[in-house]
Ligand binder design. Structure first.
Ligand SMILES: [Zn+2]
Length: 147
């Protein structure tokens, strides 16, 4: 089914961000809406690509740490809630355990496994004591990035 010219123009306008059109007899020209002078630059295109994206403020902590790459990657996955926990398996309709396999007290989420589970809290306490860091163990309402 062919699209009407007005329908095509409307779809194109939404894609390229046309907001105001004045008709004249002058030849058409394209203006890049992401720069003040209307000229395309790779820099403005790069910035436009990430317009409206929410950033992860802990990226420096993750990627610039001395930790091995596999630990950095796991930390990044945990911050994004992309680890294959029972909760994530359930969201995908996959077979999962109803509760945390370590403590059998709460559903297995990444927050529970990393911060709330008594085994995780004990592990963090031991690590912090071994490193002689005066940091407190995570609280129940902390997120991974907050702690
Ligand atoms: Zn647990």
């Amino acid at each position: 089914m062919p699209l009407s010219r007005a329908s095509t123009r409307g779809r194109y306008s939404r894609i390229v961000g046309v907001t105001h059109v004045e008709l004249s007899n002058e030849p058409d020209k394209l203006l890049w809406s992401w720069t003040a002078n209307g000229v395309y630059t790779a820099q403005s295109c790069y910035r436009a690509t990430f317009q409206g994206v929410t950033g992860c403020h802990s990226w420096k902590l993750i990627w610039r740490s001395w930790a091995p790459p596999r630990v950095k990657f796991f930390h990044w996955l945990a911050c994004q809630d992309r680890c294959w926990t029972a909760e994530r398996l359930a969201r995908r309709g996959l077979q999962h355990h109803p509760r945390c396999l370590l403590c059998d007290q709460e559903p297995e989420t990444i927050k529970h496994l990393m911060l709330v589970c008594p085994f995780a809290r004990h592990t963090w306490h031991e690590i912090l004591a071994w490193l002689r860091l005066p940091a407190p163990t995570p609280e129940h309402d902390d997120s991974i990035m907050d702690w």
